[in-house]
Design a protein around this ligand. Sequence first.
Ligand SMILES: Nc1ncnc2c1ncn2[C@@H]1O[C@H](COP(=O)(O)OP(=O)(O)OP(=O)(O)O)[C@@H](O)[C@H]1O
Length: 250
Amino acid sequence: MRTEHNDPPPAVHLTGVTRSYGRGDAQVHALRDLSVSIPRGTFTAVMGPSGSGKSTFLHCAAGLDTPTSGSVRLGDTELSGLSETALTLLRRDRLGFVFQAFNLLPALTVRENITLPLRLAGRKTDQAWLTEILHRVGLSARADHRPSELSGGQQQRVAIARALVTRPEVLFADEPTGALDSRTAAEVLGLLRQIVAESGQTIVMVTHDPVAAGHADRVLFLADGRIVDSMSAPTTDRVAERMARLGAWV
Ligand SMILES: Nc1ncnc2c1ncn2[C@@H]1O[C@H](COP(=O)(O)OP(=O)(O)OP(=O)(O)O)[C@@H](O)[C@H]1O
């Protein structure tokens, strides 16, 4: 039991998480006895060869998938044992998601896309917060445009704003720059970095791209369902070198 004198809990804490699919000879262990803490206010990148378990890790950590065994905690909340409904509410109220595909609604304006999660949750929009978010993602002048009128990078920035509007404890990003050219990707990664630095947002990002991972505070390297290494203050070159040793591009 923690007391008020102890440190706050990490944003996300996985202990002994295993996720297996199938059975018998066909059984696949996507995650094997994985334990890790994601501190609050940090930007973590998750890398690893194809099939190493990155998506499964993200899905288990975000309550989108249930481990076969082990514990996942979001702050003080243990996810195992929560009902589907409780998990849905937890994801809606406490987490934000950004994917490779922007998933914006084409008929809605930027402002309406960003505030959609609030409307779905029956919450009122805090106009000052919306103004602040639009400013942060550099879209103040585009609030009344539709997604088709925006570049790919701008559309992803709308998706980031939509993920932030509910003030999530953790923002989970799955290949957020996968559909962007390298210059636009750098802008989006710079924005994520800035959100962590300026507002203490916790971000967990799965990526194949050493350049993207180079923007994080820490990189976790997965291989065959296990965390085999981590790197603080990563650079693109060091990440690429580590990935090459994992055989990612062999
Ligand atoms: N629904 C499923 N049924 C069976 N096996 C699965 C399922 N989902 C994932 N796997 C297996 O679990 C392992 C990890 O998959 P996962 O998608 O987490 O890897 P990844 O690192 O995200 O891969 P990629 O980089 O190619 O997206 C792989 O061997 C995959 O084939």
